[in-house]
Design a protein around this ligand. Sequence first.
Ligand code: KG4
Ligand code: ZN
Length: 332
Amino acid sequence: MIILGIDTSCDDTSVAVLEDRKILSNIVSSQIKFHSKYGGIVPEIASRKHIERIWDVTDKALNEAKVNLSDVDLIAVCHGPGLIGSLLVGLCFAKSISFVSGKKLIGVNHLEGHIQAVFLEEEYPEFPFLSLIVSGGHTSIYRVDDFGKYVELGRTRDDAAGEAYDKIAKLLGLGYPGGPFIDKLAKEGNSDKYPLPRPFLHGSLDFSFSGLKTATKALLRNLNVDQNINDELIKDISASFQASVVEVLIEKIKWAAKRENIKRIVITGGVAANSELRLRAQELKNSGFQIYLPSKNLCTDNAAMIAIAGYHKFKKGETSDLFLNAHAYLPL
Ligand code: KG4
Ligand code: ZN
């Protein structure tokens, strides 16, 4: 079965082609250069860029996969959560080609895509497993009992982990998105130099990163960073901030595993590309955990994850019609 996947939920225009679980192409056209000077995504620019690029990206995905539109059996499109204008571009595009070509259509939740990215890998877990989704918009832990059966065990009460990375990077004068910059600089920094709080929220599987952000801001103020900024300081603060985020993420997933008595753990979403988090997660294997980390390009936003989730929904007998709508807020 050939599946065309489409994701335009945020600032990446992505189209992928799968043959069942096999990726034939997975094109991601980044808009970062248009947004970085603003230090974050400008929704209006994102929607306009999606409109400009969606056909080209689709052509590229079909060409690389060596398939024609007529070979496609199913169109899987992300319809939320995300930026509403951006989502509408991908959705209207998917509905139009479905209407014109008569191809089946299926709407996919972006978070379901992140969770199912692991099924694009050769090794994937048996059900039930735990999935920690850490991205720019979300930080949640789900128990995944089956395809389509997700139980949320905890979520962030304020900022997502990626959002916190991006905000601290902005304060340090680094580029956007900040996660990869902090990741790189932290490798050369001393994480013990500026001990920052660990927001564990004992007894809960929820997260909260806004206090850590405020503590980091206060630290920068105390260090009079505007006057004293230098490479070493930036590296040490990056390392200290990252140590706090990673420790909280790792501890929380361990608590969830203990509470649910499940040792199969998937970590996914953009922040799962973080090298320290990946390292610490791999270390959990020594304590008997089975850890699944999708490759970095499948952790960050991409359309192959939407296509695989759409494929599994279709196999369960689900399809969508042309009344499918986009939703900025769409719980799993
Ligand atoms: O999943 P994603 O591509 O888009 C959303 O659905 O949000 O995640 C983007 C987020 C951004 O906040 C970015 O800073 C963060 O993932 N990110 C990282 C790394 N790579 C991307 N955070 C920490 N370390 C990284 N290496
Ligand atoms: Zn995402």
